[in-house]
Ligand binder design. Structure first.
Ligand SMILES: Cc1ncc(COP(=O)(O)O)c(C=O)c1O
Length: 505
């Protein structure tokens, strides 16, 4: 783990006057050329750019990359994020030259290959989810939610309904209420019952003519399958509302159950979870949005159509909410999803879902011996635990999560969902081996032992990383984005020397 323990100076701190990576020869005509930019727009001082050799830059970024946790280096059980291993083959194939050279403004007759792939991807997603059509445009789950709620609003307006309320369960992902509020809806929260499912009595009490939509993810963020989903669909439809499926948790249902069959009217998928692009890292992603028959005219345009053997962009339907992304969306992510689906096939996808559920239940069964489990019973692809069962020194979930880093595990999601105190949400995914899962359990058993006998070791962890316990609120609220100090006059110009001087300041 030693490579994780070192801090890294910034490029500005490593900078030394006159160091260069490359030096271009001066053009023979340079002296005579007239400045192309008028004098008033030319800067008066030189920009303070770091001056470094190529080797300095290569080493800096390589060292930085080694400070990272990643799926390729560590188990990454980040609940609700489906951080599974994605085959490298899909990256290679999706970046073949013909894809890189294809320009989205090319005429349709020169884009038949890519249009066929996107058309076929839509057909596959339609089959997997049991809806009528998909638009591939949205670039993330949250953007797809926003798009779906615009469709909800357009549908209700078209039918003369003045509906103002969107319902979300108390386990919902934060983007659900945020997207509803952005589209102008009032958000009301529905409680969960003692099993962690939507409380049907509480749902009933919120229903009325002003309810436009209920947003649900199934399995929900406690990793529980909403067993009353068809009843819930009926209840919403009875008051003229629509049912929205947040498909960020589709992974365990692949090939086994379809949101359309459960009664959902609108479905979004996070291709950057389930279909071969990792969710972490802030993008790019793809969040296709699918709808039942009656909502197809409202989808973002254009959709891709087929006439015999030819693919084309369908003209926008007059009711379409318009575009939400340039061209067809994030093409590279869409191509990867297509390759993933085609190479696994229907049977392979089903096995993905089943293995993700098996792995999660294996971990849950072993971990319920040492952790409180707020909603006991079998789970789907993920589950939530709370504090340690034997906890005489009041060790918190944050301490357990931080200590895991010392043992080479990325932390699970913590303090979410917010209806569970001291929540730790674990999603192993289908791609982890039995050995890795066993090693994870044994590590948590060691940590549980430390919690009883060496609590300070946990409270001060991690001990082996460059950064230990940053003030996360301050980092999020007042990020330092501009480097504004003069370069350090360090006598020792090595990264170690610079860091030593920095720590004295
Ligand atoms: C249940 C759920 N819904 C929605 C989202 C939002 O997806 P995105 O991060 O692509 O905007 C997430 C992301 O983790 C999620 O877990």
């Amino acid at each position: 783990m030693s490579h994780l323990t070192r801090e890294e100076p910034t490029l500005a701190e490593l900078s030394r006057p006159k160091k260069r990576a490359v030096k271009f020869p001066r053009a023979a005509c340079a002296k005579d050329s007239q400045p192309l930019i008028p004098a008033q727009y030319l800067r008066k001082t030189r920009p303070r750019l770091p001056e470094l050799s190529e080797l300095d830059v290569v080493r800096h970024f390589t060292r930085l990359s080694k400070l990272n946790f990643s799926i390729d280096t560590h188990f990454y059980p980040l609940g609700s994020c489906t951080m599974k291993y994605n085959p490298k083959r899909n990256d290679t194939l999706s970046t073949l030259q013909p894809f890189l050279w294809a320009h989205p403004a090319q005429p349709e007759e020169l884009s038949q290959g890519i249009l066929e792939i996107l058309y076929e991807l839509e057909q596959a997603l339609v089959e997997i989810c049991g809806v009528r059509r998909f638009s591939l445009q949205p670039a993330a789950g949250a953007q797809a939610e926003f798009t779906g709620l615009m469709i909800v609003r357009a549908w209700h307006r078209d039918h003369g309904n003045d509906k103002k309320i969107v319902l979300v369960p108390d386990t919902s992902h934060g983007t659900n209420p945020a997207s509803a509020a952005l589209v102008g809806y009032q958000v009301q929260t529905v409680k969960s019952d003692e099993r962690g499912l939507v409380d049907l009595g509480d749902l009933e009490s919120h229903l009325g003519p002003r309810v436009a939509c209920l947003m649900l993810t199934n399995p929900n963020t406690l990793g529980r399958f909403e067993v009353h989903i068809q009843k819930i669909a009926k209840m919403i439809h009875m008051v003229g509302g629509l049912l929205y499926y947040d498909g960020a948790n589709l992974n365990p249902l692949l090939g086994t159950a379809r949101p359309g069959d459960m009664g959902f009217d609108i479905v979004h998928l996070n291709l950057h979870k389930t279909f071969s692009t990792p969710h972490g890292g802030g993008g790019p992603g793809a969040g296709p949005i699918g709808v039942a028959d009656r909502l197809v005219p409202y989808l973002p345009a254009p959709l891709i159509g087929r006439d015999g053997g030819c693919y084309f962009l369908e003209p926008a339907h007059p009711k379409s909410i318009g575009r939400v992304h340039a061209f067809y969306g994030n093409a590279n992510i869409l191509i990867k999803a297509f390759i993933y689906i085609k190479t696994l096939g229907a049977e392979g996808l089903k096995r993905v879902g089943e293995a993700s559920v098996l792995n999660a239940n294996y971990l849950l069964t072993r971990l319920e011996k040492i952790f409180h489990v707020p909603y006991p019973g079998r789970c789907m692809h993920e589950f939530v635990v709370s504090t340690l069962k034997e906890n005489p020194h009041g060790i918190r979930t944050l301490d357990v999560a931080k200590r895991l880093l010392d043992f080479g595990f990325h932390s699970p999601t913590i303090y979410f969902p917010i209806n569970v105190k001291e929540a730790m949400m674990i999603e192993p995914t289908e791609t982890e081996s039995r050995e890795t899962l066993d090693h994870f359990v044994e590590t948590l058993e060691t940590i549980a032992d430390e919690a009883r006998h060496h609590p300070e070791r946990l409270r001060q962890s991690p001990h082996t990383l460059a950064v230990s316990r940053p003030d996360e609120v301050a980092a999020a609220r007042t990020p330092k984005l501009v480097w504004d100090e003069p370069p350090l006059a360090s006598p020792d110009k090595s990264p170690e020397g610079i860091l030593a001087l920095k720590s004295q300041r």
